[in-house]
Ligand binder design. Structure first.
Ligand SMILES: [Zn+2]
Length: 276
């Protein structure tokens, strides 16, 4: 832990300098755009979070399913704008249709999301979106904005256990670390399209899945509550994603589905009673 004292002190100074500099040139609301933590600090923050969080989650263990999800996630991460950090990907044994990311590359995919995805590109769309939040460093930025730099620095150091427990309780209840801004959601969608396209997966899958969620919301909203509150798939987002895809050079070999995805789906245990 001591190794983190120095970088944090340095980043505090840098942050103050940047804030002063921005104050001088009169930028408003710029704090959320500054990356205040080093990668090493952000990864440590995510690690502390994941250790606390996994006390509360039931991690799904079937190695055939988890290997597939890890490989799909790593493939997207490898094609992202942030491939220089390790990604940790786990499957959560819950029927809630959702996935979420912690700072520093810790990604959780719910069984319910795998089940709700009709093909690989739909699942990859949501996973790509979560990786997009990691790429945009949205978790660390949002935490810093809401709690302040000093409080987050304490979390990096593994201190402030009660604050950590409170945040983890929030994740368990809402399926996300913090509510991201509309801009952050749009940015994560954009990164997801890039990742999917570069990884050879049809990015239309993301738009198609969002569209399906919008329709499902009207007919059976019970299992979709969290997904909607944390990453609301609006018509505007779907249109933005499709506009971005339309600008990409045509690629003939983009994959919509894989036999392996369908095997994984068949392998899943029967769904448990819906959770409230
Ligand atoms: Zn999101």
């Amino acid at each position: 832990m001591h190794t983190f004292h120095k970088p944090i002190q340095i980043t505090i100074y840098l942050t103050l300098l940047v804030i002063i500099a921005n104050g001088l040139i009169g930028c408003a609301g710029v704090l959320s755009e500054i990356n205040i933590f080093t990668d090493k600090e952000e990864i440590q923050l995510g690690k502390n979070f994941s250790q606390e969080l996994e006390k509360e989650l039931k991690i799904y263990q079937d190695p055939v399913v988890t290997t597939y999800i890890v490989e799909l996630g790593q493939r997207l991460a490898r094609h992202s704008r942030r491939k220089d950090i390790p990604y940790y990907i786990k499957v959560v044994d819950t029927e809630v249709v959702n996935a979420f990311a912690l700072p520093g590359g810790y990604l959780y995919v719910n069984l319910g999301l795998i089940r709700a995805s009709e093909n690989e590109s739909e699942l990859a769309g949501v996973m790509g979106h979560e990786i997009g939040h990691v790429v945009g460093k949205h978790g660390a930025k949002q935490l810093t904005k809401q709690l302040g730099f000093a409080a987050v620095a304490q979390l990096v150091l593994g201190k402030e256990q009660s604050q950590m427990e409170q945040l983890v309780a929030g994740i368990v209840a809402t399926g996300t670390l913090m509510k991201y801004s509309r801009d952050a959601e749009r940015e994560a969608d954009g990164y997801a399209v890039e990742e999917m396209y570069a990884a050879g997966i049809d990015p239309e899958g993301m738009a198609a899945f969002f569209e399906k969620l919008l329709k499902l919301q009207k007919t059976q909203p019970s299992q979709l509550g969290q997904m909607f509150s944390t990453h609301p798939p609006t018509g505007e987002r779907i249109a933005n994603v499709r506009a971005q895809i339309a600008k990409l050079p045509r690629k003939s070999n983009l994959r919509k589905d894989s036999p392996r995805f369908q095997q994984i789906k068949k392998r899943l245990p029967p769904p448990k009673k819906p959770q409230k």
